[in-house]
Design a protein around this ligand. Structure first.
Ligand code: 13P
Length: 248
């Protein structure tokens, strides 16, 4: 099944989140895709249990199991709050919270330990791209995490290729660029973790996706789905993306 994930970032009150869910919840297309919403933590409780066909995820997770870690939320606490997924090392976390690949590896391990699915975000920024270092950056982001995890996938892993230059810019990568990145990521996982692990991997593209661009990305055999930011906030545009995706 294709994957459609909505990252709401720091948008929506509880009432707005509920209204979004009311608009989306009874759509038959939900049964033909793995649909996951990453809402603000404050809205999780209101969304939980209101739609069985919609997965819930957190936008970040603490790497520790429990303890004196002010401001962190553990993977077990997220599971307790109804989450089945969490984003790891989104580029905005890398930028504003100084997250690095080592921290990402610890978070992925913590999520597996609690039975959650990590969605590990990778991607080069504009300067790296212009300097011709995009592929190297991507490879480092994947390899550093795999090394820290002893080249073993202890659970399901989703990797989202989100080039920083495309996020929020209105100019997505081309499907061919996203496919090339997906091929590199899959090859890296294959060489480190073996064929069975690489086959279990799911690859998403994210960065300025919209209803108009879904078909092109989903036509790429190496792309399993999309991680959508601003176009996911309006239920109508999100539903339009879902309809194209399940039709593709
Ligand atoms: P936009 O779709 O708004 O570019 O955001 C992408 C993103 O960061 C999803 O995680």
């Amino acid at each position: 099944m294709p994957i459609l994930a909505a990252n709401w970032k720091m948008y929506k009150t509880i009432a707005e989140a509920q209204a979004w869910l009311d608009a989306v919840a009874d759509r038959p297309a939900l049964e033909r895709a793995e649909v996951v919403v990453f809402p603000p933590l404050t809205t999780l409780h209101a969304l939980r249990g209101r739609c069985q066909r919609l997965g819930l995820g957190a936008q970040d997770v603490g790497w520790a199991e429990q303890g004196a870690f002010t401001g962190m939320v553990s993977a077990a606490q997220l599971r307790d709050a109804g989450c089945g997924y969490a984003l790891v090392a989104h580029s905005e976390r890398r930028r504003y919270a100084c997250e690095d690949d080592q921290a990402a590896a610890r978070k992925i391990a913590a999520l597996w330990q609690a039975g959650l699915t990590p969605v590990y975000c990778v991607g080069e920024d504009a300067a790296e791209r212009e300097a011709g270092l995009g592929e190297a950056r991507l490879q480092t982001q994947v390899e550093t995490v795999l090394t820290a995890l002893s080249n073993e996938l202890g659970g399901r892993l989703v990797i989202a290729y989100e080039p920083v230059w495309a996020i929020g810019s209105g100019a997505p990568a081309t499907p061919a660029q996203a496919s090339d990145a997906a091929a590199l990521i899959r090859k890296t996982v294959l060489s480190r973790c073996g064929a069975a692990a690489a086959a279990r991997l799911s690859l998403l593209y994210g960065g300025s996706t919209s209803p108009e661009t879904v078909r092109g990305f989903m036509a790429e055999p190496l792309i399993d789905g999309l991680l959508v930011g601003s176009a996911s906030l309006d239920p109508n545009s999100f539903l339009a993306m879902l309809e194209v995706m399940v039709d593709a």
